[in-house]
Each structure stands twice: as C-alpha cells, then as structure tokens.
Write a protein that binds this ligand. Structure first.
Ligand code: GN1
Ligand code: MG
Length: 362
C-alpha cells in the first residue's frame, strides 16, 4: 500500500519528500488515507488520498465533475474560508484511474470530527454548516449536476428494491428478518410521503449534500466552530428534508448507528433542538412552507429509508456497505428501526421544536 499511495501522490505532483501515511477509518464506502510529506525546510504538510468505491459510484468521473463544480462555486462565494481543494494530475484531471482503482487527492484541513457529539453548541454549528451549504448552492444550476447515484433518496424505489429482493431471497436470510420487513412495510406510506410530495411538485428540488452525518463536518480544534462540510460524493439535486433528516437520524440518535443494543436507539430531543436551531437559522428565508412543515417527518423518512437499504444489503449478501462482522447490516437495520419507532412517538415534540425556531427567525 505504501508504494501505491506514494505513486498516487507522484501522479498528483505533490512536492516535497514523502514521509508516511495512515488510514482514516471513518466512512462506510470509500477508503481514506492521510499522507504526510516533508518540505525542504523539514515542515510537515498533509494531504488526503482517497480510493473511491466504484461499486457504489458507477460513474466516478461524473462524481468528480460535480465536486469540482460545486467546490469552485462555494470558493468563489467564500474565498477565505477553509474548503476542499482537489488537486490535478499532469493531464489536468482531478482523479487517477488505473488498475489499482479510482483515486483522488485533496488538502488536509487541520480539524477534528466526531461520530458522537453531545456538545450542543457544536451540534448547532453543524446545523448551520449544512444549512449554509444548501443556501450557498441555492442559486446554483442544479440541472448542470449529474445524478451520480440515480434515485439515491427515492424512498419509494428503495422500498420496491427491498420488496423485490426479499421475494427472491438470494442468500436465504429472509426468514430471519421477517419481523423487520413487516414493520418497515407497515409504515411505508408515511415513510414515502416526502418522495410522493416531490413527485407531485409540492417540494422543490435543491442542490443537496445527501450525506449529512455530523462526522462529515470538520470542526476547529480550538473554537469548535464548523470549518467546512466534507464528503461531497453525493452532492446532487435533492430535497432540503433529505439533508435535515439524515443529519438528525445520525447526530440525534442516543447510540451509534450500529449499536448492538438496538433498544437503546432513540432521538435525543436536545440534540434535535440544537441542530434544528442552526439549520433553520441559515435556511428560514429560503425554505418553503411545505419544506418547513415536513422537516420533522423527514427524519422518520430517512431512518426508514436507511433501514430498507441496510436490510436489503443484508438480504442480498452485503455487497454495498463495508461490514466488520457477518450480521453487521442486520444490527444496523435493527438500530435504525428502533430509532424510527422512537421518532414516531416523539413526532409532536419534534414538530413543536421546528415551529418554535420558525417563529423565532421569521
Ligand atoms: C454511507 O460511507 P459513508 O459513511 O459516507 C452511505 C450513506 C449512508 C451511510 C450510513 C454513498 O455513507 O448514504 O447514510 O453510509 N453513502 C452512500 O452510515 O451510499
Ligand atoms: Mg458519504
């Protein structure tokens, strides 16, 4: 791996002397490495090298085209803020595609990330960061972006896939997951409401991040302010609620996404409130009535949608998400379902919190 990484850095024309690399293990899809170089004066400079998962991203060059467009757009609006900068090869590409894979390289921003965050100020900062990201791109021509994973947040299609694959039962695992399947199907109408509204033109398409987990926010080590959002692979046209809901289902869960004690999963309303405050403070001027009134529902939607994805991956033999042990996807499914159930119980409180911040910022 060492020589592979060094070779990639050479193709991206990284100056200085190669020193070392370490793997960054956050993320369920791509492989990420921090690479350290030494300048002539001995000072250290780091970069991030990433190997894109081309099973997930079937059109990786389109992913890079999207990313280049939106990072340049954001930089033109906020030139002095830290942001991701993708390096080019000699032939001016933002990627190297060879027999070892599809690689890219970008600046390392000194910062920290967190998978679990109970500091409510930081959660609020993350809400601002994702809200701002959407707003900065609100006048960007969404039709110029590729839909790099078609129907990524099409909850109706996610359900169809699950139902089809569970009928085929290619790995003989369906017997074991009947309870989970039954529950997910029982809430299908509610879970699919957002997609149905989009199909009817009741919710506008925006440029969205589509993977708004709090560990995709870089925080300043000293001030704990959000520096920038990362992981731009899934930036595509989407719904505001997708970004809001995905962020909540991750950050406001009492436990981690793959907690084996799934009964402990649930929404921490304090975290929900802090994120909502930050997100609405940046978006209240732009979001429509329908968008604002479906923010709380979108959290339930995203938890159910991801449950169908984890469960489908389990049923079809764990080909999509990285797994660390055989029933990892089943554990993830159970945990998301338990979270979704708790969201149903707390829907009124979640709505009240959204309404409160809508009033405050109006
Ligand atoms: C994947 O690999 P990561 O953590 O960026 C997935 C998201 C899921 C998430 C669940 C392209 O994201 O949609 O919400 O796992 N990304 C893709 O942890 O499918
Ligand atoms: Mg991601």
């Amino acid at each position: 791996m060492d020589s592979q990484i060094q070779n990639i850095c050479r193709l991206f024309k990284i100056p200085g002397r190669y020193d070392s690399y370490e793997e960054i293990t956050v993320g369920n899809v791509n492989k990420t490495y921090k690479v350290n170089f030494l300048d002539k004066d001995g000072s250290k400079k780091s970069y991030v090298v990433q190997k894109l998962n081309t099973y997930v991203f079937r059109q990786p060059t389109q992913v890079m085209e999207n990313i280049e467009k939106i990072t340049e757009y954001i930089r033109s609006k906020k030139p002095n803020e830290p942001s991701l900068h993708f390096h080019h090869t000699l032939d001016k590409k933002t990627y190297v595609h060879d027999n070892t894979g599809f690689w890219r390289l970008f600046n390392f921003i000194p910062s920290f990330t967190c998978d679990v965050c109970d500091d409510l100020d930081m959660v609020c900062n993350a809400g601002e960061a994702f809200g701002e990201f959407q707003m900065l791109l609100s006048d960007f021509d969404a039709s110029s972006l590729y839909e790099t994973i078609p129907d990524f947040h099409n909850t109706v299609k996610r359900y169809e896939t699950l139902e089809k694959d569970s009928k085929e039962d290619p790995c003989g695992r369906v017997k074991e997951v009947e309870k989970e399947l039954e529950w997910l199907v029982s809430v299908k109408d509610k879970a699919c409401r957002l997609t149905e509204m989009k199909n009817k033109g009741l919710l506008p398409l925006r440029v969205t991040h589509n993977d708004t987990k709090i560990n995709n926010v870089l925080f300043d080590t000293k001030t704990k302010k959000a520096l920038t959002v990362i992981d731009l692979d899934t930036v595509m046209p989407g719904l505001a609620g997708h970004d809001f809901g995905d962020a909540i289902r991750f950050a406001a869960n009492f436990v981690e996404e793959d907690c084996k004690d799934c009964e402990k999963a649930g929404v921490n309303l304090n975290v929900f409130e802090a994120f909502t405050k930050g997100f609405i403070s940046k978006t209240y001027n732009t979001l429509t009535e329908n968008e604002l009134s479906t923010l709380a529902l979108s959290c339930f939607t995203l938890a159910c949608e991801l449950s169908t994805r984890f469960l489908d991956d389990y049923i079809t033999g764990d080909r999509y998400f990285k797994i660390l042990y055989p029933d990892h996807n089943l554990v993830r499914t159970r945990c998301q379902i338990s979270l979704a159930k708790d969201m149903l119980k707390k829907m009124d409180s979640m709505e009240a919190i959204v309404n409160n911040y809508r009033r405050q910022y109006k």
